[in-house]
Ligand binder design. Structure first.
Ligand code: AMP
Length: 285
């Protein structure tokens, strides 16, 4: 009996010993040992003298933020209603560069009732351009602000050849260069229909469209909840005038920038996301 008990105790001890892990082995994960055994790739071998190092040069990883492209100075041009405002917001937040919209600057001045606002209000309401000698200094002033040094996205500027020439001089003076001019192309026939559905936030300038880019809550700005409005210059009677102004004064910018190799044409008759995809790949080229 005593012998049987002793044998049972010995068996128990032996099984305990088997179950207990060795000192220091408790934290080891099963997969780690396998990984350790992986052979070093042949590329890691030292290259022979005179033969270039075969290690692949690390390339920047494709990064949707595009921060590797900074500083980035971009112009967004296209007829009124092409979707510049919507795309400008996407580009500005993706690349983290300020959105410089001369139209928004003028509307803010009108809202604040400044001297500038009083001067430009009738011009905006009639769909006419603000004179270059008023517009150019405003842009120069905005460009000199600290947040614009890492690049800037121009929306609605330049709109005339003299403005484009002035911008070139300003960039030269600041030691900066224009990287890309994105042209959003939309035929006139689509513009009027589009603009009748356009709604804007009078507080922060965000732009929506009742069908193509509706706000989350109908009639309210996604960002600040303010009631959206139809801008006076989006009223149908003003739209045709703005299209005429675009053809006469802004469209010549295409011929100005194309020979400089800066122009990227984007088909604007698609969803905002598709248009943005094209702009994004155009900027990476
Ligand atoms: P936008 O919001 O860019 O469509 O501009 C609205 C209005 O502001 C235009 O119809 C013009 O009256 C005026 N405006 C905006 N940008 C410029 C500019 N670069 N030069 C002259 N007028 C401008």
């Amino acid at each position: 009996m005593a012998r049987a008990t002793a044998a049972a105790q010995k068996k128990k001890k032996a099984s305990k010993k088997r179950a207990a892990p060795k000192k220091g082995a408790a934290q080891k994960k099963p997969g780690l040992r396998k990984l350790k055994r992986v052979k070093k790739p042949a590329l890691a071998a030292k290259p022979a003298k005179g033969i270039p190092d075969p290690k692949p040069t690390p390339r920047p990883t494709p990064d949707m933020s595009g921060r590797s492209l900074l500083p980035l100075n971009i112009l967004l041009i296209g007829p009124p209603g092409a979707g510049k405002g919507t795309q400008a917001e996407k580009i500005s937040s993706t690349f983290n560069i300020p959105h410089l919209s001369t139209g928004n600057l003028f509307r803010a001045a009108i809202k604040a009732g400044t001297e500038l606002g009083k001067k430009v209000e009738p011009l905006l309401a009639a769909g006419k351009l603000v004179p270059d000698d008023v517009t150019i200094p405003i842009v120069d002033e905005r460009l000199s602000q600290p947040d614009a040094t890492q690049g800037v996205l121009f929306d609605g500027y330049p709109r005339t050849i003299p403005q484009a020439e002035a911008l070139e001089r300003t960039f030269e003076r600041l030691g900066r260069k224009l990287n890309r001019v994105v042209l959003i192309e939309v035929p006139d026939s689509a513009i009027v229909a589009r603009m009748s559905g356009r709604r804007s936030c009078p507080k922060d300038g965000s732009v929506y469209h009742v069908v193509a880019n509706p706000p989350r809550e109908p009639g309210k700005c996604d960002k600040c909840g303010t009631d959206l409005v139809t801008r006076p210059d989006d009223q149908p009677e003003t739209v045709q005038g703005r299209l005429n102004t675009y053809t006469a004064q802004t469209a010549p910018l295409i011929a100005y920038y194309e020979p400089k190799g800066l122009l990227a044409r984007v088909d604007g008759v698609r969803t905002p996301d598709q248009v943005f995809e094209s702009i994004h790949s155009g900027l990476r080229r």
